[in-house]
Design a protein around this ligand. Structure first.
Ligand SMILES: N[C@@H]1[C@@H](O)[C@H](O)[C@@H](COP(=O)(O)O)O[C@@H]1O
Length: 233
């Protein structure tokens, strides 16, 4: 693992942009993308750059179940707003949260992932160490699946909704096995509320209790943190 402690979120986002651009210059064509607040600075960098995304493919990690792509709280909407409206990709894939047929959605997404192996995967991390929506206890080899969100995650994500009651209780997510297949993983984490998760990810035991700890087994991971998220390293 390559751990880079940056002065602040902006510096970390710029560094993430440089690393991603270098991967693209070296032939990366398929980007795995994440939602949440952590990658927003990186998406801002992409939007204000001259990077051409029109030949790239993007595959997002996850989507809430029971939410329409047009819903402002959906991850579809988030990606349009923060990246795709300004920088369209050749193709962009996000699980279809409006389709309640979990078998169909997950099988279809696994086919997409098999057809387009991810070159560079962008990740955030939950306060409890989740990646994508792979909550503590998720097997490391799992592919795309439907998850029931923990109350901790529902509470943490309620900041994006009018109230906690509006947060969906389930999501489709790429599995840890799918994430680990990416050639390069860039994880972004900011703020002291991420400090425990980052310490457990970097220095803790590799355990399903901390899903991100599996990244210790990946050959090419870059972790970009600000000083607050690094304070327990
Ligand atoms: N499914 C997303 C994750 O992919 C993200 O990493 C996490 C942290 O979000 P934030 O970056 O806003 O802290 O939130 C959600 O649970």
């Amino acid at each position: 693992m390559n751990i880079l402690v940056m002065k602040n979120k902006e510096e970390a986002s710029k560094k993430a942009f440089d690393l991603l651009s270098a991967d693209i210059s070296n032939g990366a064509k398929v980007l795995g993308l994440a939602t949440g607040s952590s990658p927003v600075g990186l998406y801002d960098q992409i939007v204000s750059s001259s990077l051409d995304c029109s030949q790239l493919i993007s595959i997002n990690l996850d989507e809430y179940v029971g939410i329409k792509p047009t819903d402002p709280q959906s991850y579809h909407f988030f990606m349009q707003q923060h990246l795709f409206n300004q920088k369209p990709f050749a193709k962009s894939f996000i699980p279809d949260g409006s389709n309640l047929d979990a078998d169909y959605v997950t099988t279809h997404y696994n086919r997409i992932l098999a057809a387009h192996p991810i070159d560079t995967q962008i990740l955030g991390i939950g306060n409890n160490g989740h990646i994508g929506f792979n909550e503590p206890g998720t097997p490391f080899d799992i592919q795309t699946h439907k998850v029931h969100l923990t109350s901790a995650t529902i509470k943490a994500n309620s900041r994006f909704f009018a109230s906690k009651n509006d947060v969906p209780h389930a999501a489709y997510t790429m599995g840890i096995g799918s994430i680990m297949k990416a050639k390069h993983i860039i994880l972004l984490a900011f703020g002291e509320q991420k400090a425990d998760a980052i310490a457990a990810t970097v220095n803790g035991k590799i355990t399903t209790a901390v899903p991100a700890s599996v990244l210790q087994q990946h050959p090419n991971v870059t972790i970009l943190v600000d000083r607050q998220a690094a304070q327990k390293l």
